[in-house]
Design a protein around this ligand. Structure first.
Ligand code: APR
Ligand code: PHB
Length: 394
């Protein structure tokens, strides 16, 4: 059992852990990132794909935005489809020019891993953390496994960036966290397809058959989602059925046609709202999905994870520089203000756009009125737009 020492021990090489390690390095702070999966796996896993302007600005300013700027797609609007009609939300015009950027999460991960390794950073793959200990001391430790052996990583601080199913949040004693949670009675079936996007912008569709979303990854790759029942099995959704259902839900009276193509990947994503408070316990700081989950309808998950990492990196830099704990103490409340705004927005978008199987006729009437309002009122569209592109200070 070998012992390794570092300043910040980071569990998880997702956007939160990698951005944190990268920003700490720029401030001269050393870290070790432990990742339970192989490099190839995390670089291929298809996840979210929409970056807020502030996220793009951070990646570019910190020197990892080169490929992002060359290959991503910048969007100035999106479309909401309701009653078989499209309604464009002019995101940029409504928010003083702010845009969103379509770039897959695994591409962000690839760029960050490459930057860390090129700078001599330590990212250990196939190295799951199994336990975190001594969190209330000034020498917290992480026990991890690599090639069948147990190792100890001694740190000043542990960053739990290990996603919803990681070990760090669950290592806390009972009662240390307050959990807020809501489940939804449907899931998203997502496909990645080798076909050019059928629209230039994202289309969020409400239909009597359920919600559907048209998105993309590049000029030749589309990303599409369908609301399906939580009880459905993916075997009930062969490719032809998926394409038919997408056309049915996304189709409009202007004759919009979806262009099917070979399905490269198919998977199901749970929808969940979840917040664990506070995001700190002694020398353990939680960041990203380890502390909070939003349903994907508002495209906020990756942006929140990166925002947490940015705040944690500045707080740690201040602490190492001056010994002041002020920013570390402010970390959890500062993150949670933004998290709760995103929780509200994501839950609002989810409620607005999905078919709710348990809704009564009154609920359906409210939803139709809500959709009609969002599709016709500039004030409502401005509110949607400023939340979608990302609020600066909340
Ligand atoms: N030890 C080491 N690594 C672990 C462990 C563990 N015990 N448990 C989980 N991990 C790793 C996972 O394999 C994953 O690569 O932690 C990483 C967490 O990354 P993400 O799940 O991407 O979480 P985060 O960085 O917070 O980013 C949130 O991911 O799920 C999406 O929609 C979500 O876009 C959001 C983003
Ligand atoms: C995606 O492209 O994967 C995507 C886009 C918008 C969302 C969710 C996912 O709201």
């Amino acid at each position: 059992m070998g012992t390794v020492r570092t300043q910040v021990g980071i569990i998880g090489a997702g956007p939160a852990g990698l951005v944190l390690s990268h920003l700490l390095h720029l401030q001269g702070i050393e870290s070790v990132v432990l990742e339970s999966h192989a490099r190839e796996y995390i670089e291929k896993r298809v996840r979210a794909g929409v970056l807020e302007q502030g996220t793009v600005d951070l990646l570019v300013a910190s020197g990892v935005g080169g490929r992002l700027l060359r290959e991503s797609l910048v969007h100035r609007g999106l479309e909401i489809r309701f009653d078989r009609r499209g309604h464009r939300i002019a995101l940029a015009d409504l928010t003083g020019g702010r845009t969103i950027t379509v770039y897959g999460q695994q591409e962000v991960v690839k760029d960050l891993v490459a930057a860390r390794l090129a700078a001599g950073g330590q990212v250990l793959f196939d190295a799951p953390a199994v336990e975190v200990q001594q969190l209330l001391s000034d020498r917290p430790t992480i026990i991890y496994e690599q090639r069948g052996e147990r190792h100890v990583l001694e740190c000043d601080v542990v960053a739990g960036c290990d996603g919803f199913h990681g070990v760090s949040r669950n290592a806390l004693p009972p009662g240390a966290l307050t959990i807020y949670e809501r489940d939804y009675p449907f899931v998203w079936l997502g496909i990645l397809a080798a076909t050019p996007p059928s629209s230039e912008e994202l289309n969020y569709a409400h239909s009597e058959h359920g919600f559907a979303l048209h998105s993309m990854r590049s000029p030749s790759i589309s990303r599409l989602y369908l609301q399906i029942s939580r009880d459905d099995d993916l075997s009930q959704w062969p490719d032809e059925r998926v394409w038919e259902e997408l056309q049915l839900r996304l189709g409009n009276d202007d004759g919009w046609v979806l262009h099917p193509g070979p399905v490269l990947e198919k998977g199901a994503t749970d929808l969940r709202s979840f917040v664990a408070e506070p995001m700190r316990f002694g020398r353990l700081f939680l960041a990203g999905d380890a502390a909070h989950i939003v349903p994907p309808t508002g495209a906020k998950g990756m942006n929140l994870a990166i925002s947490d990492a940015r705040l944690l990196a500045s707080a740690l830099a201040e602490w190492y520089r001056s010994g002041s704990e002020e920013l570390l103490d402010a970390y959890s409340p500062a993150c949670l203000r933004r998290v709760w705004r995103a929780e509200h927005f994501a839950s609002w978008m989810t409620t607005l756009l999905h078919l709710h199987p348990d809704d009564d006729a009154f609920g359906r009437g409210l939803q139709r009125s809500h959709l009609a309002y969002v599709c016709s009122s500039q004030a409502a569209q401005m509110s949607l737009a400023e939340n979608y592109v990302g609020l600066g200070a909340v």
